[in-house]
Write a protein that binds this ligand. Structure first.
Ligand code: GRF
Length: 197
């Protein structure tokens, strides 16, 4: 029987988090997953980078992790799919994952892949969002949690948080403030979708 938790009696989603770098969102999601409000249980971490700092959090919290460099993308994706199926994963959270998943992969997890992006989508899809927002004299930027579809950063938006851009902001100072908000937004988005299925 599936475990029921929390006041809303969520079904715990077995979740894989995909990373490529620092992993602050991974760390945050792991900590969230230990709380009673969490609808997710993280049982896999997939990294496209063997040196990703985020892997330290997988080790620290004893979560299985695997590294796929995506040099042969389709081959690696097929291995990942087998591995996720074996572990009965039913949700994927992308968190700073720098590879673009194929249409085939996304279709296999249709509606079950989420991503966090550091801009107010649909503005500033892709990379270097903070630099572009500052250079365009935007008054606000922010972050977005969205479903992943086969078009980059274009899936249905789940939640967004606006962050004011200050005159003195550099891409680094803005990134830092937005990242703080990302850590609040990702758990909120998970609660939102799974408490109203
Ligand atoms: C975050 O800003 C996320 O929105 C973007 O990549 C960054 C990853 O940061 N997709 P971290 O690795 O979670 O610290």
């Amino acid at each position: 029987m599936k475990k029921l938790i929390g006041p809303k009696k969520f079904h715990l989603r077995k979740t894989a988090v995909f990373i490529s770098g620092t992993g602050s969102n991974l760390k945050n999601l792991i900590k969230f997953s230990f709380t009673k409000n969490s609808p997710i249980q993280i049982t896999q971490v997939i990294s496209s980078n063997s040196k990703a700092k985020g892997l330290d959090f997988a080790r620290k919290y004893k979560i299985n992790y695997q590294i796929y460099k995506f040099e042969k993308k389709i081959k690696d994706e097929n291995k990942i799919l087998i591995n996720l199926k074996k572990d009965q994963i039913n949700l994927i959270c992308l968190a700073g994952f720098m590879k673009i998943l194929s249409k085939n992969f996304i279709m296999k997890f249709d509606g079950k892949i989420l991503n966090i992006h550091p801009s107010l989508l649909p503005k500033y899809k892709g990379l270097n969002t903070h630099t572009r927002a500052i250079n365009n004299n935007e008054k606000f930027s922010g972050c977005t949690v969205h479903y992943v579809n086969s078009k980059l950063d274009s899936g249905k938006i789940i939640l967004q948080k606006k962050v004011k851009i200050n005159k003195k902001d550099t891409p680094q100072t803005l990134a830092k403030r937005i990242l703080k908000e990302e850590h609040i937004l990702y758990p909120k988005a998970l609660i939102k979708i799974f408490s109203n299925p």
